[in-house]
Design a protein around this ligand. Structure first.
Ligand SMILES: NC(=O)c1ccc[n+]([C@@H]2O[C@H](COP(=O)([O-])OP(=O)(O)OC[C@H]3O[C@@H](n4cnc5c(N)ncnc54)[C@H](O)[C@@H]3O)[C@@H](O)[C@H]2O)c1
Length: 371
């Protein structure tokens, strides 16, 4: 299968449009089609990137035998339905986070992937961001020592974002905090305990069915003595956007900066107190990529998209995501994260909210996510 160019159809062209020039530059991809319901907006993107095949109906994309895989960047409530429909139609799937918003949908996707043998990848940006790649490298080289604790936060004020966010529950969009904790130690979440804190304004509480402003969760990592702590909010808390990840080891610890754009901190044990903390520059990991897409770790097409204003370019992760999906297809292996891992990461948030509703009771992850 080497040398094959995979035909991708891009579904949803807000955040999704960002990936088009990366696929176009990748030696193993061809941006065969684009799809968005609004034809006028779609034509702007199609003309800009010179893509001929344009669909306003997702079903028509799935009927097109030339489409090898779909890359889904539609609103969250559509992720599971669209992924399942694509798998049923015999297409491989790359889908932005989260995989789904219910455990049953996650189960259906995992089962469909097993049944069809097709590839499914959840496009989690955090585990391909330069900070994560840097920490993982330090860990693999033994520089951190034994990991003792992991922590991650994702505060983000969603006022001004598309209105489907008002119907979201904070922990139902938690993969940016779950994934680095579990990914670093190659672990699965076994059970969680989560507390809700504070309250959101009445209209948000009514639309989402969730009253908590903040959700704060502990995750027990399976077959390990490690616990991770994650927290999230979407509305009504004063804090700058942050997608942080802290790792505490016996030899070294990494702490994310408190203020976006400032240096992160590396702590080294057993030094004189004032020398323990040092501010560091995290290197880029473009060298892991095929040469034609290396430049995309540092460039953003639409810097005005809210996810870049608040998301800071997602740590240069976009070309890594594209390359991982294409490499997995070409090598006929599972992409990372595959369906089971994506389900475990996604279900942590779903189980966490369930736990918060029960005052912090322990909720176990479903068996099908532990494999
Ligand atoms: N760091 C990250 O991983 C990250 C960052 C930003 C956005 N996202 C995800 O990307 C997705 C899209 O985000 P966005 O900000 O671009 O949202 P958006 O609402 O601005 O754009 C959604 C796009 O999907 C299209 N769409 C909606 N329904 C469709 C349908 N039935 N068929 C075809 N196209 C359809 C819309 O026309 C639009 O182009 C969200 O799920 C979001 O969670 C992830």
């Amino acid at each position: 299968m080497n040398g094959k160019k995979w035909n991708v159809a891009m579904i949803g062209l807000g955040f999704g449009a960002e990936f088009i020039p990366i696929y176009q530059a990748h030696p193993q991809a061809n941006v065969y089609a684009i799809c968005q319901r609004n034809a006028e907006k779609m034509n702007v993107v199609g003309d800009r990137f010179q893509i001929e095949k344009r669909y306003t109906r997702y079903d028509d994309v799935l009927k097109d035998p030339n489409v090898d895989f779909v890359h889904i960047n539609s609103p969250i409530p559509d992720h599971a339905l669209m992924s399942l429909a694509a798998l049923k139609a015999g297409k491989h799937v790359m889908c932005t986070v989260p995989m789904a918003t219910t455990i049953d949908e996650c189960r259906q996707i995992v089962e469909m992937v097993k049944k069809t043998g097709l590839k499914y990848m959840m496009a989690e940006t955090v585990v391909y961001a330069r900070e994560y790649l840097f920490i993982k490298e330090l860990y693999k080289q033994g520089e951190l020592g034994k990991i003792q604790h992991l922590a991650a936060s994702h505060p983000q004020d969603m006022d001004g974002w598309p209105d489907y966010w008002e119907r979201m529950i904070p922990m139902h969009y938690a993969t940016h905090v779950v994934s680095p904790c579990l990914g670093l130690v190659d672990g699965k979440a076994e059970y969680v305990s989560c507390f809700g804190s504070g309250t959101v304004r009445d209209d948000i509480a009514q639309k989402s069915g969730n009253k908590f402003a903040v959700e704060s969760c502990h995750i027990k990592v399976k077959d390990s003595d490690i616990t991770a702590h994650i927290w999230r909010f979407l509305y009504d808390v004063a804090r700058q956007y942050r997608e942080s990840f802290d790792v505490y080891g016996t030899k070294k610890s990494f702490e994310w900066t408190l203020v976006e754009g400032e240096p992160h901190v590396l702590h080294t044990a057993k030094k004189p107190e004032h020398e323990i903390a040092s501010k560091i520059e995290v290197p880029d990991f473009a060298h892991l990529l095929p040469e034609p897409i290396r430049k995309f770790t540092k460039s953003i097409q639409d810097a005005d998209h809210l996810s870049f204003i608040q998301g800071g370019g997602h740590g240069g992760s976009h070309p890594h995501l594209v390359n991982e999906m294409l490499s997995a297809l070409s090598e006929n292996r599972d992409p990372a994260p595959n369906a089971v891992t994506a389900a475990n990461w996604t279900c942590v948030g779903i189980c966490a909210h369930e736990s918060a509703l029960k005052g912090g009771e322990i909720v176990r992850l479903p068996e099908f996510t532990l494999g």
